[in-house]
Design a protein around this ligand. Structure first.
Ligand code: NAI
Length: 392
């Protein structure tokens, strides 16, 4: 159980690019980062509109002199201060991620970047290399992966409780964009503009979330090849609003060679909220987790009655219990998962590479790069008439 005691010696001096007033995700970043006092919000270029950004920053108790008109000014000015920012989070539309992440690393800052990390594998490789050269952490906010029951699944798969993994069935298929929402909502508009969103909408916006969750559950998982079909159902969209991907996996310690993965990424699943579900099927048993009911995970052993594993319960592994924040039975979810990730980012940034507990991991720059490669391969497959494409 976690009681909020400090995980890093001193709070990391932290700034934000984007995430301003009215943004969808900015408040979730702040809630997660500030909740455990691992970060201290001291600066920001919060908005595309400098005046609105400054006003917003003041409302967050940020010193007005440290509310900057753009990220370049922020990095330059903060570098002059002895108490300048040490880390920055990027919560802008996708098209800014690469350039801001690169500039932050070059300025010697740690980064927490929204997904997708960038647009192309070349850019992703550059960021991986730069992060290594500068010895800086880049965390990517595949937020749901911070949930304690994902830790539980990881440990159970490692322990062989499921046997060899054979099949994974996963989806992130919400319904809210089943009409031309982009004509009404600005944050939906940029998502269908390739210059701002990148080469994909549904795959990058939602498909990469379950992709990283299975990487977190099965760290030695390797994609052998994949096949994708995608299209847009709502007229006038340049990017897909629905996609299906089938993947074959390579064999590894916990994965049977040729294991098959199915992924549905969609924004037009009418009536669905998230429909973000992952079922991992092994030779002995299966696990199933749904982000809308995050406190329970289905554990089904062939030939036995189904079990429901409850977050916070004493029978869970140490790794799943150490990050529990409020005890079993109380409802919790996304904010808690994000807070766990931010705590891990902070620990990594404070250079405590061993971590505070056993199996320490977080979605890092390579996880971000993996998402980019996956989107590219899916787009390549779909563009070739849903041909199988090799993954390596
Ligand atoms: P949004 O459009 O609602 O908000 C974007 C914010 O960035 C606004 O405050 C805007 O003024 C600001 N901004 C835009 N350009 C800027 C610039 N050049 N400099 C400084 N600020 C700038 O977008 P939303 O939905 O919050 O998405 C932002 C990012 O977060 C996207 O990359 C999206 O994919 C990601 N996202 C991730 C989620 C997750 O679960 N990890 C969930 C939702 C979004």
């Amino acid at each position: 159980m976690y009681y909020g005691e400090k995980r890093v010696e001193n709070p990391i001096r932290w700034g934000m690019v984007g995430g301003g007033r009215g943004s969808q995700i900015g408040y979730i970043h702040r809630s997660a980062a500030l909740r455990d006092f691992n970060f201290d919000l001291v600066a920001g270029a919060f908005d595309i509109d400098p005046e609105r950004g400054k006003d917003f920053g003041k409302q967050l108790h940020v010193d007005p002199d440290r509310c900057y008109p753009d990220y370049k000014t922020m990095f330059a000015e903060e570098a002059k201060r002895p108490d300048g920012v040490q880390a920055v989070s990027i919560a802008t539309p996708n098209g800014m991620h690469y350039e801001v992440c690169k500039a932050a690393l070059e300025a010697g800052l740690h980064v927490v970047c929204e997904k997708p990390l960038c647009f192309t594998s070349e850019q992703a490789d550059e960021l991986v290399k730069l992060a290594e050269e500068k010895h800086r952490v880049v965390g990517v906010t595949y937020g749901y992966s911070g949930h304690q029951l994902i830790q539980q699944a990881r440990q159970m798969i490692k322990n062989g409780d499921l046997g060899e993994i054979r099949v994974i069935n996963m989806s992130f298929a919400f319904g809210g964009y089943n009409f031309k929402i982009e004509d009404k909502v600005p944050s939906a508009k940029w998502r269908f503009d390739p210059s701002k969103a990148g080469p994909s909408f549904a795959l990058g916006d939602v498909g990469t979330h379950p992709l990283f969750i299975i990487e977190a559950m099965i760290p030695d998982m390797k994609i052998d090849n994949l096949m994708c079909t995608k299209r847009s159902f709502v007229e006038g969209r340049e990017l897909e609003d629905n996609a299906f991907v089938i993947m074959n996996l390579k064999g590894s310690e916990n994965v049977q060679a040729g294991a098959q993965v199915y992924c549905w990424a969609s924004s037009i699943n009418s009536g669905a909220r998230h429909y973000h579900k992952i079922r991992v099927v092994g030779s002995k048993a299966s696990l199933e987790w749904d982000d809308e009911r995050p406190n329970q995970m289905l554990y089904e052993i062939e030939g036995e009655p189904s079990r429901v594993l409850e977050r916070g319960a004493g029978y869970l592994t140490d790794e799943a219990r150490v990050e529990d924040r409020i005890g079993g039975g109380h409802a919790e979810g996304l904010f808690e998962a994000w807070s766990n990730l931010y705590a891990r980012f902070a620990v990594a940034m404070a250079d405590a590479d061993k971590g505070a507990y056993g199996d320490f991991w977080y979605p890092d720059v390579k996880a971000g790069a993996q998402g980019i490669k996956w989107i590219e391969k899916c787009v390549e497959s779909a563009d070739k008439g849903s041909a199988w494409v090799d993954y390596e």
